[in-house]
Design a protein around this ligand. Structure first.
Ligand code: HEC
Ligand code: HEC
Length: 357
């Protein structure tokens, strides 16, 4: 017990150092700090995230979740933790176009930032059914298509690890008061509680909103005006405290947004996306959902390249070019003019070939 407390204190000091990374345009920066007392220390006017009743926050649980998040022993061959695909230095992404699991499986999609996941109404690039962190955690741990951490069929090994490890044994007892706390459900709950503490709300943009005129450069202010203009419309989908219409928080009365097709692909002339990344249609089997993805946050966007669900867009400049070319599904796009890019690339182009790094 004393060992664990000392280790937790040390880590807490490191984790609470606020990291600020200026983005290319100087618009957004990020900070991730460990909230250990569960009074949410949020800037004025920012609502607290939703927390499920059956998994209340506590200092002990978050510390335990942090440890589990970074523990490579929670993978089939001891090589991969959550933190390897969600690296804090890259705003909890991995810098790869598509994520790679412990046994080399290439995930069809790109690793996502975990900054402000506590505020999301839907998790993942395109799964309308996934709405709770506690439901998401088992996917990378036990999923087989693709294999990420590769723990399918190894539940007993995980249970034996947490019940016998000299740090985990007392830590689970402290975090979960039950008679026998060594359950997979509690592994999941602790990791989810830790994820809810990854809050990013102190960028130069946030400081500008709070009244610091000098926080944004003149160029960033011009970019902001365009971002919030009806001409460019970015804010319709990338609005709110997390720059995503899928944001939800405590006391919210407006329903979170739908999934959207930004016209990244058109492989059949009818707006088709290459399999398996057909967007929400992959889950709903409704052709109207073809190519519809959840709006990703734009926080820390300068450090989360490459972009889009399949990592097929290398730079922010290329993202802007994509939107400048019209974006949107073919039926909603403005009539192309000669000055616009001719059409969207198909799946056989370099976009997908270059995707595995
Ligand atoms: C092999 C790399 C990899 C590992 C390991 C991994 N993830 Fe992920 N993570 C991803 C990818 C890829 C996605 C996008 C999945 C999708 O939508 O298909 C993702 C998405 C997520 C999301 C949704 C974020 C959002 O904005 O909607 C959460 C939350 C998450 N991961 C948490 C975790 C946790 C917790 C662990 C450890 C138990 C973990 N991940 C392990 C690659 C990984
Ligand atoms: C109709 C809704 C909508 C509008 C309008 C919109 N976006 Fe997006 N944006 C999305 C969706 C959905 C994605 C993810 C698409 C994908 O992965 O296929 C996305 C992805 C992005 C990404 C990549 C994020 C990442 O993590 O990979 C950036 C950057 C971005 N948009 C910026 C903008 C800008 C700048 C504008 C205005 C010019 C804009 N968006 C307008 C819905 C929208």
């Amino acid at each position: 017990m004393p060992d664990f407390r000392a280790a937790a204190r040390r880590t807490s000091v490191v984790m609470s150092l606020v990291l600020a990374v200026l983005t290319a345009g100087g618009v957004l920066a990020w900070s991730a700090s460990l909230r250990v007392d569960y009074t949410w220390h949020l800037p004025a006017g920012i609502p607290a995230p939703n927390v499920p009743h059956d998994n209340p926050m506590s200092e002990a649980k978050v510390e335990l979740g942090r440890r589990l998040f970074y523990d490579r022993r929670l993978s089939v061959n001891g090589t991969l933790s959550c933190g390897d695909c969600h690296n804090q230095a890259l705003a909890f992404t991995d810098g790869k176009a598509r994520a790679v699991g412990a046994t080399g499986d290439v995930h069809p999609r790109s690793s996502m930032t975990l900054a402000n996941v506590a505020y999301l109404s839907r998790l993942g690039w395109a799964n309308p059914l996934l709405d709770k962190l506690e439901t998401q955690v088992p996917i990378p741990m036990f999923g087989e298509e693709p294999v990420e951490m590769g723990l399918a069929g190894r539940q007993d090994e995980v249970l034996s690890l947490i019940a016998t490890d000299p740090v985990y044994r007392p830590a689970f007892r402290e975090a979960f008061n039950g008679a026998f706390p060594y359950a997979l459900e509690n592994v999941v709950k602790a990791i989810a509680a830790f994820e809810r503490t990854l809050i990013s709300l102190d960028s130069p943009y946030d400081r500008y909103l709070r009244g610091d005129q000098a926080a944004l450069s003149p160029a960033a202010k011009r970019g902001m005006a365009l971002f919030y203009s009806e001409r460019l419309e970015c804010f319709h989908c990338h609005g709110g405290l997390d720059f995503s219409d899928a944001t939800a928080h405590r006391g919210q009365s407006v329903a979170p947004g739908k999934f959207h097709n930004t016209g990244l692909y058109n492989v059949d002339g009818e707006g088709g996306y290459p399999r398996p990344n057909t967007g929400a249609a992959d889950v709903t089997r409704d052709t109207a959902d073809m190519g519809r993805f959840r709006v990703p946050t734009l926080r820390n966007i300068a450090v989360t390249a490459p972009y889009m669900h399949d990592g097929s867009v290398a730079t922010l400049e290329d993202v802007i070019d994509h939107y400048a070319a019209g974006a949107g599904p073919p039926w909603a796009r403005p009539v192309p003019t000669r000055s616009r890019a001719p059409s969207f690339p198909d799946s056989s182009s370099k976009k997908l070939r270059g995707a595995i790094s």
